[in-house]
Design a protein around this ligand. Structure first.
Ligand code: CA
Length: 220
């Protein structure tokens, strides 16, 4: 399934390069030329957003905050002419997930988008048995009652639900649950999974988290 990416860039030439390049990289991109255009599309169900910081009608960081305020929960990757630490920090505090300075290679943009999408979970489906995920609010409910999950537990559960009962390898779980390059011991992953298992059981869910030794885990 192609992930839908909103590309917000005012420079028409760069916008075209982004659209074509992301299509070649397997995404389904759609354009917006300014902040107002981006906000109009906030509710269109995009999986990610590439957002230029220097837009004609607004600072991209303000646009990001406005998107978040409208419930846009997908990862936002800023494009900027500057690579200063202060810029990066304000980008993150505005609700951005990553930052790429111009000029950049499309392959790097695509790789970072994939990493952000993996971290953000959940691809469809987001329902399994009595469990349902809300990817915008980052919550999961058992038969309508909200589960109290940490962000890492949420990401792990999201990838297990998305697998629709298929086996998920431990490697895939680590990739979904933690940032790119994080070192996660077997023991740490086991602790997270056993907490998740206990929370599901205590909530009375009809799903159980099974372990297939040496192979992975499955929600069924
Ligand atoms: Ca610009």
């Amino acid at each position: 399934m192609r992930r839908r990416v909103l590309v917000v860039e005012d420079d028409p030439a760069l916008r075209d390069v982004l659209l074509r390049g992301l299509r070649d990289e397997g995404f389904d991109p759609a354009p917006a030329a300014d902040g107002a255009g981006a906000l109009r599309r906030a509710g269109d169900g995009f999986d990610a957003c590439v957002l230029d910081v220097g837009l004609p009608d607004a600072d991209g960081r303000d646009v990001c905050q406005a998107l978040r305020a409208r419930g846009f929960g997908a990862p936002v990757l800023f494009l900027t002419a500057h690579d200063g630490l202060a810029d990066r920090l304000t980008g993150f505090s505005a609700g951005g997930d990553d930052y790429l300075a111009k000029p950049f290679h499309l392959a790097e943009l695509a790789a970072r988008l994939r990493a952000a999408l993996r971290r953000s979970g959940p691809p469809v489906p987001s329902v399994a048995g009595d469990l349902s995920l809300d990817p915008v609010r980052y919550t999961c409910a058992v038969a309508g009652a909200e589960l109290d999950l940490t962000p890492t537990e949420f990401r792990l559960l999201a990838v297990l639900i998305a697998a629709s009962g298929a086996l998920v390898t431990r490697r895939e779980l680590v990739r979904a649950g933690w940032p790119e390059g994080a070192r996660v011991s077997d023991n740490t992953l086991d602790q997270y999974l056993s907490r998740l298992r206990r929370k599901l059981r205590e909530a009375g869910s009809d799903r159980t988290l099974g372990t297939h030794r040496g192979m992975g885990h499955r929600l069924s």
